[in-house]
Design a protein. Sequence first.
Length: 327
Amino acid sequence: MAVGMILACLAFAVAAVIEIKINGMAPPQPGSQEIYLQILNLADDEVKVTVLGNGNHSLLIESIKSFQKTTNYSKLHLKTKSQDFHFHLKYHNLSVYTEHSVEEKNWYSLIVHENGKSVSSMMVKDIENKTTNGMTAIRFINTLHTDVNISLGTDTPISVGEDYGVSPYRTVHRGEYPEVHCKTEDKDFSLNLGLLDFGASYLFVIINITNQGLQAWKTEDIPANKMSIAWQLPQYILVTVAEVMFSVTGLEFSYSQAPSSMKSVLQAAWLLTVAVGNIIVLVVAQFSGLVQVRIQGKQGVHVYSKFFYSSFSLSFCFLHSPLSAVI
């Protein structure tokens, strides 16, 4: 039974380590009076973007080339829960000043695009967290001068407005999408979206390239899951072996120590305690999902409770095993 307890403690420790690794791959969450911002340049030449005021101007100091975006999201600080940000766009010899409203604790993309011989910008809100169940989140920007309808499997087609219209997010299953059917008022065509990986978020920009036709320029906002699901196998193996050790030794103890007339009763009582314990585990697991929190990108206390439980159980095991041997 002591061996089973040790294996169960190791299973909890392994589960906690894996959860910490998975949570560490999630994007950091903006705190109070904070946002995360990236710049996406859809113009034909490089653009330099400067955030005016609030001490944030030094965050975006490099020019962004055509059809590129900033390497990472930049954290910007707000004075209130919602605020108007002023941006200076330098394109060729032109200087354009724009203003956009943002709200705290959100992710945004500032999309710069051509407007005649000048440039304009628009602010769009990005997805904040990875999708559940390994799904992939995608959305589209349409640079064409006509609306585009995009068909993804059996779902309702995605309609993207003309002249830099932005579609809502759509979740799809992981896989290769080499020929996605698209339709305008007078033309049918297909787009190669490539591999859409587990848990990632992608933005596709529909563009018309000379001599190449309509293409989808792809950028990844949230990276795909990197940890294999096979890393869960060690904890399953450990906890299964621990359950076997508990069951065999517990039933053997209850049978050998009970009088002849009470052997079946004590075995039933032992199995009842195991069942009650499993019910408690299920209840705790369900409620822990409701109260799971992440505090400014740090692991929630529920993760460290696994380490506490593992350490406490291991200490209890080492303390009582010698006593039981003496008795």
